[in-house]
Design a protein around this ligand. Structure first.
Ligand SMILES: NS(=O)(=O)c1c(F)c(F)c(S(=O)(=O)CCO)c(N[C@H]2CCCc3ccccc32)c1F
Ligand SMILES: [Zn+2]
Length: 263
């Protein structure tokens, strides 16, 4: 069972006790520092297919105790990588009302307010994400850094339902919307490196793409995300707020971070 948390006795420093990969090299997230960067002219713009979902498409918004996640239909995929990577779900990492810095990746040690991950699996080689999750070419995750600023109408498509998933394992149905609108304008500027899941079991199976440009949400939208969710079940007597659900940056080891852009 997934008895791991982001703080306390089951916090990230203890993850390797039950999940050995969490203590190995090439983990994620990382602090993307200038000295690690290498421009790679072969890095093509990210091309995504079928991200513009119609309202007739039903999605599931869920609280899995670690994050807020949206299930995604398998017609959504990335078409610009060597294999087709089919979308599985997207989820978020965020800070707290008192410390509104909760992104996982950092850029030159700057931590943003939150981060969105769109998780895809290699559907050319594996029938489903469960069989792909521990394979070195199994997953591709798109990372979007989120800053507090302008109101973001695209986030309202799911934030307006968040009070239906206040407690762990609660789910609500969500009308489809344009998932592309959650991404930054430019999909041609990004950081690229080989890493891992940022939660247990921490498999080193992720091709990371972190977009250079962030998106913004308003302070009110951030507070909705950071204060509406509990990591505990509804029937538990002592509710525990779910916030600060980000892993600290891991050692870069000898890794180079490729960039698709010049300054
Ligand atoms: N940051 S991260 O590494 O991208 C990342 C998370 F942070 C995260 F919380 C999740 S989770 O919400 O599933 C809760 C813990 O697994 C995932 N799930 C992935 C990988 C695990 C298996 C699986 C199966 C179906 C759909 C998605 C996933 C995750 F990939
Ligand atoms: Zn994540």
């Amino acid at each position: 069972g997934d008895k791991w948390t982001y703080s306390g006795p089951d916090g990230e420093h203890h993850w390797p006790n039950h999940y050995p990969y969490c203590g190995t090299a090439f983990q994620s997230p990382i602090d993307i520092k200038s000295e690690l960067l290498r421009f790679d002219p072969t890095l093509r713009p990210i091309e995504i297919q079928n991200y513009n979902l119609s309202v007739n498409e039903q999605l599931t918004l869920g609280n899995n105790g670690h994050s807020v996640q949206i299930s995604l239909p398998s017609k959504m995929h990335i078409s610009s990588l060597p294999h087709r990577y089919t979308a599985a779900q997207l989820h978020f990492h965020w800070g707290s009302s008192s410390r509104p810095a909760g992104s996982e990746h950092m850029v030159n040690s700057k931590q943003c307010a939150a981060e969105m991950h769109v998780v895809h699996f290699n559907s050319d080689k594996y029938p489903n994400i469960s069989s792909a999750v521990d394979k070195s070419d199994g997953l591709a995750v798109l990372g979007v850094l989120i800053e507090i600023g302008e109101f973001n109408p695209a986030f309202e498509h799911f934030l307006k339902f968040i009070n239906g998933i206040k407690y762990r394992d609660q789910k609500v149905q969500l009308p489809g919307f344009n998932i592309r609108a959650l991404l930054p304008a430019r999909l041609d500027e990004y950081y690229r490196y080989d890493g891992s899941l940022t939660t247990p079991p921490c498999y080193p199976s992720v091709l990371w793409t972190v977009f250079r440009n962030h998106v913004t949400i308003s302070r009110k939208q951030f507070m909705t995300l950071a204060t509406s969710i509990y990591s505990t079940h509804a029937q538990e007597s002592a509710p525990v707020s779910l916030n600060g659900n980000y892993r600290k940056p891991q050692l870069a080891d000898s890794r180079v971070v490729l960039v698709s852009f010049k300054e």
